[in-house]
Design a binder for this molecule. Structure first.
Ligand code: UD1
Ligand code: CA
Length: 451
């Protein structure tokens, strides 16, 4: 059946004490909103509508950056969750099938949970995701049930003590036929303790009209909403420990898993080894058997089988390492293809470049890729030996099997098989070092006598 996703992201997030809208704060290297969009995407929705509010331009931009097909609408005044969902109506006039309501500040809803809700929809008109919290002071809406039937949702503020004692709480995630959802929302009023249009009221209204409703349960951790920076940090810790555990189950070796930080989309192959204190930004794939050594930082890059990276290496977006490449300490690679078996072992910057197979780049080599205005490419062939401390002033090409003498500033192309030497010729002055030492030591002795 067709499904549309409605993601509420209009919350002010004032408790973050931030210039940034709450849903744009990052978890596992992606905005909270992207995590909600990914949950939604697991249902392959025909349409996804993000309801933005305060800081809406940035929220809309982030949603579209993730998926240009996402439709965004505005809720200018926060009049309640029911009012927020109604803002999506004009974007869904031609939608058939179901709608699922998710939240931009609730990043952990699992695809399996949404699937279970879809299955329950076969038997009930409205499906609400609930969780158990046996704490009568927890400020959640309570789910009033009779057997499998959900009779009503009562907001904490409006609940009496008996209702607050119900352990079954509302996550806010709801699934229902899209036309029925909006019809029910039309009947919602703001006659309640908060004077808000509650989405939750649709359940009682539906029951009074003879429609059916039920609850699908999940863990509280899954429905965790983020309101403060402390909650965000706790969510990050939870995300990291789950991601590490999953990677280890997939056969990834961690020496000290608690010191490795993964992104939401990090892909690590079986028998890849990650040493302590490695940080993965978004967009990293490390293939089987590759080794990422301690204190390396990787983002937007691909490390093939048998390659080693680090310690203290930095791979930036567009770094493509083929099999058996060696990247050593204090080496930075950006937007560069490094072919099979090439070695860049010490203190180098290689950016906007391609490096051929079996090429060796000596210590301290720099691709001078930026002239202050434009970026230029460096092309290095196969089997090249780049001497230490070579400056490659791009655009420049080094042919296959060429060499550069150490200290060379390469400003012109080097043909295949040639050696480029571009440095001042060395001159030795016989005995001059000894003479200079004598003169300097004598000066020092005279100075200390005078003092
Ligand atoms: C809501 C539920 C409550 C549930 C709880 C779970 C309602 C009325 N109550 O309460 O039953 O236990 O979530 O966390 O739905 N939002 C908007 N526009 C608005 C109001 C809210 O976009 O006008 C968004 C917020 O950004 C937030 C979400 O909807 O992401 C929930 O709103 P919030 O005010 O936090 O509702 P709760 O009082 O927590
Ligand atoms: Ca909330």
């Amino acid at each position: 059946m067709d499904i549309s996703a409605i993601i509420l992201a209009a919350g002010q997030g004032t408790r973050m004490n931030s210039e940034q809208p709450k849903v744009l704060h990052e978890l596992g290297g992606a905005p909270l909103l992207v995590h909600a969009l990914r949950s939604a995407a697991s249902l392959e929705p025909a349409r996804t509508v993000v309801v933005a509010g305060v800081g809406g331009d940035a929220v809309e931009a982030a949603a579209r950056a993730w998926d240009p097909d996402v439709v965004t609408v505005r809720q200018d005044e926060q009049l309640g969750t029911g009012h927020a969902v109604l803002q999506a109506r004009p974007a869904l006039t031609d939608a058939a099938g179901d709608a699922v309501i998710l939240y931009g500040d609730t990043p952990f809803i699992r695809p399996e949970t949404l699937e279970a809700m879809q299955e329950a929809r076969a038997h009930f008109d409205i499906v609400v995701l609930g969780f158990d919290v046996p704490d009568p002071t927890a400020r959640y809406g309570r789910l009033v049930t009779r057997g499998d039937s959900l009779e009503a949702i009562v907001e904490f503020k409006d609940a009496d003590d008996d209702t607050r004692a119900i352990p079954l709480c509302n996550s806010g995630v709801v699934m229902a036929n899209v036309a029925i959802l909006f019809t029910l929302l039309d009947a919602v009023t703001n006659d309640n303790a908060a004077e808000e249009y509650y989405l939750t009221d649709i359940v009682g209204i539906a029951r009074s009209k003879g429609l059916t409703a039920t609850v699908v349960r999940c863990d509280e951790a899954e429905t965790l909403g983020i309101n403060t920076r402390a909650e965000l940090a706790a969510a990050e810790a939870a995300f990291q420990s789950r991601a590490r555990a999953e990677a280890m189950e997939d056969g990834v070796g961690f020496v000290a898993p608690d010191t490795v930080y993964l992104a939401y989309d990090t892909v690590l192959g079986r028998d890849a080894v990650v040493e302590p204190n490695v940080i993965f930004g978004p967009g990293v794939t490390v293939e089987s058997g590759a080794r990422i050594r301690a204190f390396s930082h990787l983002e937007g890059c691909h490390v093939s089988r048998g390659a080693t990276v680090g310690p203290f290496a930095r791979l930036r977006p567009g770094a493509e390492l083929a099999e058996d490449v060696h990247i050593g300490n204090f080496v930075e690679i950006k937007n560069a293809q490094i072919d099979e078996g090439a070695k860049i072992n010490h203190l180098s910057y290689v950016g906007d470049a391609s490096v051929g197979s079996k090429t060796n780049i000596g210590a301290g080599t720099i691709t001078c890729n930026y002239d202050g205005v434009f970026k230029h490419r460096t092309t290095i062939g196969k089997g090249v030996f780049v001497g230490s401390n070579t400056m490659l002033v791009a655009p420049v090409t080094l042919g296959n099997d060429s060499m550069t003498a150490s200290g060379t500033v390469v400003t012109g192309d080097v043909p295949a098989g040639d050696l480029a030497v571009g440095r001042a010729r060395q001159v030795n002055k016989p005995g001059l070092a000894r003479k200079m030492f004598e003169r300097l030591r004598a000066a020092k002795a005279a100075k200390s006598k005078g003092a």
